[in-house]
Write a new protein. Structure first.
Length: 292
């Protein structure tokens, strides 16, 4: 073994590194690495000292020394070569240093942005998510000016939920953006889930934009509207929430005594709407002018 230790070897060592004197008004939105990985060459007997007792002092980087480089600072590893070499034995040859030191900071620039869900939600049969609720619903983001302007939302990390049949409560992490820092970067997600049910209502048909001396009569005067809605909203959906677009102008241009019904508006939360019958006969009647 002693004979072997007299040979030259290359080994990788770790040197701590610290960024000091960061002002109170500065937020590091992308922090530098905490270690340098160096490759050195020496005889085995000399290299044993690095593993058995000799430790490296942290290389200290003064924030002020690099402030003239802007908000995105890159310190090439070669710039630190002399400071690393100073801690090595005279016989030890420094082969390489990695990585470059990189950090991004913001001088108090920030804004509030809303949170958006990113992911996929697969519910059980006849179930559906009614909302995505975050607490808090927005977070503060720190970033250099141009980057800050481009950030409109804070997205969650991709979240996959399968077979959901009940309300979900989960803590989720926000997706990182290089050079930006979200505070907080963890939010609580609540995903309310409802069960779909079917409902049928009779909805009366009424014309719109008719002249004062004209009126509409349809056959039938009501149609059945069948739809799917969450059980929690089942009782709140009323016939007057469905509005058909039967305008005087459309009817006069129709060219037929039958009119295909078109819904102008439907209540929120309603899906898979079916209308029976889908078209009706109609008659435009003149209203007598009394008193003339």
């Amino acid at each position: 073994m002693l004979q072997t230790l007299k040979n030259d070897f290359e080994v990788e060592l770790v040197v701590p590194i610290k960024l000091r004197n960061v002002p109170n008004d500065v937020i590091l939105t992308a922090e530098p690495v905490s270690e340098l990985h160096i490759v050195v060459k020496d005889k085995g007997t000399a290299l044993l000292n690095y593993f058995l007792g000799q430790s490296f002092y942290p290389i200290s980087l003064n924030f002020t020394d690099y402030r003239n480089r802007g908000n995105h600072v890159i310190i090439q590893s070669a710039e630190l070569e002399s400071r690393v070499q100073a801690q090595l034995s005279a016989s030890t040859k420094l082969i390489s240093i990695k990585p470059d030191i990189e950090y991004i900071y913001s001088e108090g620039s920030s804004k509030m942005v809303p949170i958006k869900f990113r992911g996929r939600i697969n519910t059980g049969n006849q179930y559906y998510p009614t909302d995505t609720v975050f607490a808090p619903d927005s977070v503060r983001v720190y970033a250099p000016g141009s980057l800050l302007d481009s950030i409109k939302f804070a997205y969650t990390q991709t979240t996959l939920l399968d077979g959901v049949t009940d309300t979900v409560h989960r803590t989720v992490r926000l997706m990182a953006i290089k050079g930006a820092k979200f505070i907080p970067n963890l939010v609580n997600l609540t995903l309310p889930v409802d069960v779909l049910t079917e409902k049928t209502l009779e909805v009366p048909l009424r014309g719109i934009n008719f002249p004062p001396n004209k009126s509409l009569r349809t056959f039938p005067s009501k149609v059945k509207v069948t739809f799917q809605v969450g059980l929690s909203h089942f009782k709140s959906i009323r016939p007057d929430a469905f509005v058909f677009d039967i305008s005087y102008e459309d009817l006069t241009k129709n060219g037929s005594e039958k009119y295909k019904l078109k819904l102008k508006s439907t209540p929120a939360g309603v899906n898979y709407v079916r209308i029976v019958p889908g078209q009706v006969d109609f008659l435009i009647e003149s209203i007598p002018a009394y008193g003339y």
